[in-house]
Unconditional design. Structure first.
Length: 124
């Protein structure tokens, strides 16, 4: 997933530039939504690596009520972030009519929609 985020970022810009005349409204929304999703996911991954995983490790080494509560609260916060990402994915699916390609879609357009579908599958 992490490798595809920068790639998708470039692709969404590329297809917006190339297809702006015929599909500008949809592709502006796709670009905006993906940019928001990318930011959410990157922040989420950093939080998992730097906060959550160390908390879980600490809890496993010294089980106590305070660590348990901290860990559970952190996990609940992550679940809320997953819900936010899910809403963005839902909007992407709606804006793209379930990633339906226009007749004039170039290879980059096809790849972008394919990678967005893959990202959705990876997340959910």
């Amino acid at each position: 997933m992490q490798q595809n985020l920068p790639r998708l970022s470039e692709l969404t810009k590329k297809i917006l530039r190339a297809h702006r005349e015929n599909h500008g409204e949809v592709l502006k929304k796709v670009h905006r939504l993906f940019s928001t999703l990318k930011m959410e996911l990157e922040e989420h991954l950093i939080k998992e690596e730097e906060e959550i995983f160390p908390l879980i490790k600490e809890y496993s080494e010294q089980e106590n009520d305070i660590k348990n509560k901290e860990t559970l609260n952190a996990i609940l916060e992550l679940e809320s972030e997953h819900d936010t990402a899910g809403e963005i994915i839902k909007e992407l699916r709606e804006v793209t009519a379930d990633y339906q390609l226009p007749k004039d879609a170039c290879n980059s357009f096809k790849l972008t929609y394919s990678l967005l579908k893959d990202l959705e599958s990876d997340l959910f």
